[in-house]
Write a protein that binds this ligand. Structure first.
Ligand SMILES: NC(=O)c1ccc[n+]([C@@H]2O[C@H](COP(=O)([O-])OP(=O)(O)OC[C@H]3O[C@@H](n4cnc5c(N)ncnc54)[C@H](OP(=O)(O)O)[C@@H]3O)[C@@H](O)[C@H]2O)c1
Length: 162
């Protein structure tokens, strides 16, 4: 099973200059709680944006067309098809953690989206595809105000494929 986990601004923004745009402490905590112990699948650019490389206590899978490259503590994959065939049919949850290219390609194969909606618009160079309400239904939603540790108001929204 493939799930997507992503933080998206009101205007669909998810990243700029190969980095995240905002800092939301509670979102990072939620990300860690949900993905620890699981497989996380990411694009090469998202991998390179991680300050300390592979995330601990998770199986890190990185997609790149480059068959020569090696990243420490990562499993390399070389096509979207390989991801779908390897992880799509297994019953356990595998988390696609970005970035834009991976979300775009794998959204049609995902059963669940763990969405953090950030209630602000930002200048960006990478965006999340439109979430079609005809395809996705809200399973749960929690709304939070901005605070000292979370500079913008945000919502945790779990979406299930209808
Ligand atoms: N807001 C969030 O929740 C969130 C989460 C994660 C990332 N982000 C942001 O998203 C941005 C990065 O996204 P991005 O779209 O630029 O890059 P990306 O999706 O992380 O990685 C793109 C790379 O993945 C590989 N790739 C993609 N499709 C492929 C295919 N079909 N076959 C083989 N390889 C393929 C290629 O690597 P090679 O060039 O090596 O072949 C490509 O350059 C950053 O700003 C990051 O901070 C945001």
């Amino acid at each position: 099973m493939i799930s997507i986990i992503v933080a998206v601004a009101e205007n669909g923004a998810i990243g700029k200059d190969n980095d995240l745009i905002w800092h939301l402490s509670d979102d990072l905590k939620r990300f860690k709680a949900l993905t620890t112990g699981h497989t996380i699948v990411m694009g090469r650019k998202t991998y390179e944006s991680l300050p300390k490389g592979a995330l601990p206590n998770r199986t890190n899978v990185v997609l790149t067309a480059n068959t020569e490259v090696h990243f420490p503590n990562c499993t390399l994959v070389h096509s979207i098809d390989e991801i779908i065939k390897t992880y799509g049919d297994r019953p356990e949850e595998h988390f696609v953690i970005g970035g834009g290219r991976l979300y775009e390609a794998l959204l049609p194969f995902a059963e669940k989206i763990y969405l953090t909606k950030v209630h602000q618009s930002f200048d960006a160079d990478v965006f999340f595809p439109e979430i079609d309400e005809a395809i996705w239904k809200e399973e749960s939603r929690e709304d939070f105000l901005a605070s000292e540790k979370n500079e913008y108001a945000y919502s945790f929204i779990n979406l299930l494929r209808k």
